[in-house]
Design a protein around this ligand. Structure first.
Ligand SMILES: Nc1nc2c(ncn2[C@@H]2O[C@H](COP(=O)(O)OP(=O)(O)O)[C@@H](O)[C@H]2O)c(=O)[nH]1
Ligand SMILES: [Mg+2]
Length: 149
């Protein structure tokens, strides 16, 4: 199995946005799709970051440094959050593809999901995936994009 093909991602989003849960979900799914894969190897392709890195200005540089190890920047937006931590055109501060993931679609209504998509678009995310780590929806497209399946 060719693990080199898999894109390494860095997950950026505020505390409790669902970054760690998403990592765990993707880890399990990748295991299911590729049975020879160990969880450890899968997790080596994902860089989880503390929400404080985004929430506190003095830490934002750390995200830029951490992102040098990633192929794709993933901005993680909680669908139920009223507001967003991502500044407009935030994506342009990275010289790499930036995608958006909306989390918690299982407990959000249509309007909240649309709002979250808009936050991510304003931040400059190109492709946006609407997911739930609880019921597993929306991961098919994301995993395909990242060459995880
Ligand atoms: N309903 C629902 N809850 C979620 C989802 N993803 C994460 N959570 C919950 O949101 C909380 C914060 O998640 P966590 O992954 O720790 O966020 P992080 O701070 O971004 O790493 C936890 O209680 C999770 O169980 C989801 O897709 N749906
Ligand atoms: Mg976390």
């Amino acid at each position: 199995m060719d693990n080199n093909k898999k894109k390494t991602i860095i997950l950026i989003g505020r505390s409790s946005a669902g970054k760690t849960t998403m990592c765990q979900y993707i880890g399990r799914e990748s295991l299911r799709y590729k049975k020879t894969q160990t969880v450890e190897v899968v997790n080596q392709t994902m860089i989880d970051t503390p929400g404080e890195y985004l929430e506190r200005n003095c830490y934002r540089g750390a995200l830029q440094v951490s992102s040098t190890d990633a192929d794709v920047i993933v901005l993680v937006q909680d669908a139920t959050e009223d507001g967003s931590m991502f500044p407009p055109a935030y994506a342009s501060s990275f010289s790499k593809p930036v995608i958006g993931v909306v989390t918690k679609s299982d407990i959000a209504d249509e309007r909240q999901i649309e709002r979250a998509v808009l936050y991510l678009k304003n931040a400059g995310a190109k492709d946006i995936f609407i997911t739930s780590s609880v019921n597993g929806s929306g991961f098919e497209g994301l995993l395909k994009y990242l060459d995880y399946e």
